[in-house]
Design a protein around this ligand. Structure first.
Ligand SMILES: Nc1nc2c(ncn2[C@@H]2O[C@H](COP(=O)(O)OP(=O)(O)OP(=O)(O)O)[C@@H](O)[C@H]2O)c(=O)[nH]1
Length: 340
């Protein structure tokens, strides 16, 4: 049999939507900015699988110089736990933000969350105020903020889940009441505030929009699931074309893959015709639960090179992003209303 050759580039970016900036994202960001004066730390959550793409430049500019801890969530989905690959990834990702305190967490690992609690308890610079230390947790939609806070609370004060979590973005729509995660004898306890996930007004690079949709920052109704699986297939093949061998031979063709997958998983319509749309959503869910390989969608080495080369530094500025948003709103009065 001929050797399988994965695609080396993805040919089909077509007309992918580049925005998902909803009304509650804008309102949440404004409220966060207004609350900053009473906040001692910001914990910025990013998705481990897209450590570069899930950075929201809006936070960089809006949250200013408030002390920041970066937490890469969903560690369990980006690499096999304790593997050499995991260690390699984390060294590279840590090196991208040498001046920040960085943690990697998996919701299934108490040890990961304990490290953050330990750091916060030991932090000599934590303010000893009568009102306690207040931490705001920010990040893109669905990145795992509420889950992290529930685990911090459980690890820090032994209490059960306080916040609602869910598999689709937008579960948290308002800044929540503070949740206590550390108790101190002095009475200066540490509290955490959950915030609504905030997307960016415009994603200049269509590939980044696909990555953000795959990791779940964007609702599954915004981009065609078949396009998403096509992009995922391209990435999976570069990582390990055997990752979906339970359902299909290695292939670069999305429709045959989805047809095989639909038949294996019983997603059939009348007359036994494979339900490829349903299969696409199910295949994405499989990948999101770690069943189709664990790997990064971003390349930290490429990001390092990009950051070191000022000529390639093309990140969209806040001004450009807001300009784009104004134009979109002018053309479409309901552009900021949530889709389904
Ligand atoms: N496998 C895995 N899943 C996680 C992890 N952290 C969060 N999740 C899942 O990711 C989904 C989103 O988690 P949430 O905590 O609701 O995310 P959020 O950032 O608060 O979402 P918004 O309400 O949109 O702001 C849920 O289904 C969680 O169970 C993790 O470390 N590993």
């Amino acid at each position: 049999m001929a050797q399988f050759l994965p695609r080396q580039f993805f040919p089909n970016y077509g007309s992918i939507p580049r925005s998902y900036f909803l009304g509650h994202h804008r309102a949440g960001l404004t409220k966060m900015k207004n609350m900053l004066s009473s906040i001692d730390y910001v914990v910025e959550c990013r998705d481990y699988r897209a450590p570069v793409t899930s950075i929201n430049p809006m936070f960089e500019e809006a949250l200013g110089k408030t002390r920041r801890i970066i937490v890469y969530t969903k560690r369990d989905l980006g690499a096999i736990p304790q593997s050499p690959m995991q260690r390699q990834i984390e060294t590279k990702v840590r090196n991208l933000d040498r001046n920040s305190t960085v943690f990697f967490t998996s919701s299934s690992s108490r040890a990961d969350v304990n490290k953050i609690i330990k750091h916060l308890r030991a932090d000599a610079a934590a303010p000893e105020k009568l009102t306690g230390c207040r931490i705001m947790v920010v990040g893109m939609p669905n990145v795992g903020k509420s889950t992290l806070i529930n685990h911090l609370r459980n690890s820090g004060v032994g209490k059960a889940k306080a916040l609602k979590t869910g598999g689709q973005p937008g579960i948290t729509r308002k800044i929540a009441t503070p949740v206590k995660i550390i108790e101190r004898e002095s009475g200066s306890h540490t509290y955490v505030l959950d915030t609504p996930g905030v997307f960016m007004p415009y994603v200049p690079d269509a590939e980044n929009m696909l990555k953000l949709a795959l990791v779940g920052c964007v609702k599954d109704t915004v981009i065609s699931p078949i396009t998403l699986v096509d992009y995922l297939l391209y990435k999976v093949n570069l990582h390990d074309p055997q990752a979906y061998q339970r359902w299909s031979e290695p292939t670069n063709e999305v429709l045959p893959l989805l047809e095989h997958f639909a038949r294996h998983t019983g997603l059939l319509m009348k007359g036994g015709i494979p339900n490829v749309d349903g299969a696409a959503l199910h295949f994405i869910q499989k990948w999101r639960s770690g069943d189709v390989g664990r790997f990064l969608l971003d390349d930290p080495d490429a990001e390092k090179r990009r950051r070191e080369d000022p000529l390639q530094h093309e990140r969209l500025s806040l001004t450009q992003a807001l300009k784009y948003e104004r134009v979109t709103r002018k053309n479409k009065p309901d552009a900021n209303e949530p889709t389904a």
